[in-house]
Design a protein around this ligand. Structure first.
Ligand code: ATP
Ligand code: MN
Length: 467
């Protein structure tokens, strides 16, 4: 059997009938009667299965007993036009080998319709389902599209460190990295942990953002992006937060906030278009199974300009909505950070399209954002999407050394681990901007999944790091 080369099922389904072929994959279903069996085989190259037709005359009953859902097979036969509906071609099997049996009594993916919640408890096996096959293929296409987009624009892919001494603006709570013996922690004279004895000689953590290093790259080679794992000890347990997620952070010299907004909008539209162009089979499957509005919603963000609105105008809209009887769980007034319910109201109810919020109160945003003339707002920008809320957070950065130092002082921040960052403003400072797109937030939008745990192969959340 091995003299013939294996063809992927995706390619077999697109091929002309006639050839002798070899397919390998996992059994999805088996049905039939005494004379003939039909086996649906999937190898993960596409959501679609190839049908194997096995004549009982050619194979003994013992073999069929071993062909159960989940078992892996190598099948040789002729690719023929299919008599049945649902597929153009099928394989008329001449030789079937069971590569690995799958005990039907113990296989965790038994029942036809297992809930997403159950599947999370068998995350090591859920990848074998149609749903996670679709999610993984879309995830892969989106990663490829991201690199393609930035490459076409001449951005440099910058690798920023995962282990860091700085707390990057306090974007989130951090996971500490240490090799100290937790049963015997060295203390200094004051009774504090003596980090000079630790691996790096300093207190270190996993990064919450690559931005600060990204700015170093942008002010050297012009335009960079990072794309890597990001860690936040978020104890919030929401359907939109992971403790370990992937973030894309472009950073661009000579961009002001308007250039930044334009890039962000072009970027997400490019990605959504890419998904429609390259993943339509998988999207259709997810659309039919989980979210009837998926493809429609994806198309709806492409043709229109995103609504740009200032934070102050948004507060007025929300206050008016409350006065008109709309109920929110959390209060809104000038100076508060919006919750996802407010973001979604603006996007879904008020404007009916994606929104870019700008000019936030400086006290709810990070120290590095460019200060506006009014003295109370900064040039931040959040991109808000239907069903998700915030998908991108970014800003024009404060380029003035004096203003940056003033803000650091105002906030009582320690400069100890920041001098290297401040150097960008000391030596050849330029206007620059950037943003962060949460990869899994994007995937929520382009898969229609409603829980972020279902768009990453192995989710990390509070009390859960299995698999
Ligand atoms: P949120 O208010 O939703 O927690 P944030 O303001 O903390 O977001 P930023 O610090 O601006 O987010 O990070 C940039 C982007 O990273 C966000 O717009 C979002 O897409 C994504 N993101 C942030 N935190 C998480 C998380 N815990 N899990 C997954 N994605 C996240
Ligand atoms: Mn957050």
């Amino acid at each position: 059997m091995e003299t013939l080369k294996r063809t992927k099922i995706k390619d077999l389904l697109a091929a002309q009938p006639g050839a002798e072929v070899l397919a390998k994959g996992w059994v999805r279903t088996k049905r039939g009667n005494k004379q003939v069996k039909f086996i649906a085989l999937n190898d993960g190259s596409t959501i679609n299965n190839i049908q194997i037709v096995a004549n009982a005359e050619l194979f003994d009953e013992e073999l069929f007993k071993r062909i159960t859902t989940g078992a892996s097979l190598a099948v040789r036969g002729k690719l023929v036009e299919s008599m049945g509906s649902g597929q153009a071609v099928e394989i008329q099997a001449t030789d079937i080998q069971v590569l690995g049996e799958c005990d039907p009594m113990r296989f965790p993916l038994q029942k036809k319709d297992t809930t997403l919640e159950y599947l999370r408890s068998v995350a090591h096996m859920r990848l074998r389902t149609n749903t996670f096959g679709a999610v993984l293929r879309i995830r892969n296409q989106m990663a490829y599209a991201i690199h393609t987009f930035f490459n076409q624009k001449g951005f440099v892919y910058l690798h920023t460190p995962l282990i860091t001494e700085s707390d990057a603006e306090g974007a989130g709570d951090m996971f500490q990295v240490t090799t100290l013996d937790l049963k015997n922690i060295p203390l200094d004279k004051k009774g504090n942990v003596d980090f000079s004895k630790d691996f790096f000689g300093k207190k270190t953590s996993l990064t919450v953002s690559g931005q600060l290093e990204g700015e170093l790259g942008a002010t050297a080679v012009g335009e960079i992006y990072t794309f890597g794992p990001t860690f936040r000890a978020e104890n919030s347990n929401t359907p939109r937060h992971l403790a370990e997620f992937w973030m894309i952070e472009p950073e661009m010299a000579f961009y002001d906030i308007n250039d930044n907004m334009e890039l962000a909008e072009e970027f997400v539209k490019f990605l959504v278009q890419w998904a429609l162009d390259h993943c339509l089979d998988d999207l259709q499957f997810l659309n039919d199974k989980y979210d009837e509005g998926l493809i429609e919603r994806m198309r709806s963000v492409l043709g229109i300009a995103f609504q740009r609105v200032t934070y102050t105008e948004a507060v007025e809209i929300l206050e008016k909505a409350i006065a008109d009887g709309v109920k929110f769980e959390y209060p809104v007034h000038w100076g508060t950070d919006f919750q996802s319910e407010h973001e979604r109201y603006l996007v879904e109810k008020h404007f009916g399209k994606p929104v870019i919020l700008i000019d936030f109160p400086k006290d709810i945003k990070a120290f590095y954002m460019k200060q506006n003339e009014d003295g109370r707002t900064v040039r931040g920008m959040d991109v808000l999407f239907p069903k998700i809320g915030e998908i991108i957070g970014g800003s024009e950065r404060e380029a003035s050394l004096e203003k940056l130092e003033q803000r650091i002082e105002e906030l009582g921040m320690s400069r100890k681990n920041l001098e290297w960052y401040i150097d960008t403003r000391r030596y050849g400072s330029v206007p620059h901007s950037g943003f962060g797109l949460g990869f899994e937030r994007l995937l929520l939008f382009v898969t229609g999944m409603s829980n972020i745990r279902d768009v990453i192969p192995f989710p990390r959340t509070p009390k859960n790091a299995e698999f």
